[in-house]
Design a protein around this ligand. Structure first.
Ligand code: AP5
Length: 236
């Protein structure tokens, strides 16, 4: 992966704050949000803000936040809104978020979306685009069950569609891949239920404001990426 300075896209263009990208990737568990986000980071030179990755890091480090979040995550339930909103608020204060950001896995509830509206308004920002990756339930179960993740760099693989080059080792850092505790079928099904009840209403929330693009996430990663970037580019 090529890294670019914050705010500098692959074409070398630097964005001023008024043009800073503020993107959201929405979609059920295993829709491909993280997979697309890592490519979008490279293309647009903005940081990925994944609340799931932040929480997993806190769990791995045994911080108070990690201890508080672990039970919910293992059961496939959402962590409390105030905890998540606090985490995101702090993350947006970091320098690299000044010229844009991409949310992956946030917001997940209407109160989180309303809190984000408040945070962005304080920063003088507005959302550029919300992209909903659509995949049916059977694909969700299959993708999550076959996912293996790198505990170090968070890169994800799929045992059939995107296997690592060397048996169960991350291509980027050589660390042994693991299966996430919430990627077992009973928990996946609970995450899908939670998504349907608490997160899917966000599609209508953003559609009403003319911010939503719906993309068929069942196709090959690069084909999906083409549609996502088209939606983002058209919104700039
Ligand atoms: P989080 O980490 O956000 O999990 P998620 O939303 O369930 O999403 P995933 O990371 O499972 O999937 P993804 O869409 O990123 O798919 P991926 O690209 O990996 O959250 C985990 C937990 O943290 C939550 O359950 C909750 O407890 C807590 N949490 C996090 N944020 C929170 C919030 N805001 N509020 C409250 N609680 C929160 O792809 C999946 C697999 O498919 C991979 O194997 C990949 O290689 C493969 N794949 C991807 N794209 C394709 C494709 N196009 N074709 C074929 N295979 C593909």
């Amino acid at each position: 992966m090529t890294f670019h300075a914050a705010g500098e896209s692959t074409d070398g263009e630097t964005r001023g704050p008024e043009r800073a990208l503020a993107l959201i990737l929405l979609g059920p568990p295993g829709a491909g949000k993280g997979t697309q986000a890592r490519q979008l980071v490279d293309r647009y030179g903005i940081p990925q803000i994944s609340t799931g990755d932040m929480l997993r890091e806190a769990v791995a480090q045994g911080t108070p936040l990690g201890k508080q979040a672990q039970g919910c995550m293992d059961r496939g339930e959402l962590v409390a809104d105030d905890v998540i909103i606090g985490l995101v608020g702090e993350r947006l204060e970091r320098d690299d978020a000044r010229q844009g950001f991409l949310f992956d896995g946030f917001p997940r509830t209407i109160p989180q979306a309303e809190a984000l509206d408040g945070l962005l308004s304080k920063m003088g920002r507005r959302l550029t685009r919300v992209v909903l990756l659509e995949v049916p339930a059977e694909v969700v179960v299959e993708r999550n069950s076959a996912r293996r993740s790198c505990p170090q760099c968070q890169e994800t693989y799929h045992l059939l569609n995107r296997p690592p080059a060397r048996d169960c080792l991350c291509d980027r850092c050589g660390v042994e891949l693991v299966q996430r505790p919430d990627d077992h079928e009973d928990v996946i099904r609970n995450r899908m239920t939670v998504y349907g009840v608490q997160t899917s209403p966000l599609a209508e929330y953003y559609r009403r404001r003319g911010l939503l693009s719906e993309v068929d996430g069942q196709r090959a990663v690069d084909v999906v990426f083409g549609d996502v970037t088209q939606a983002v580019d058209a919104a700039q």
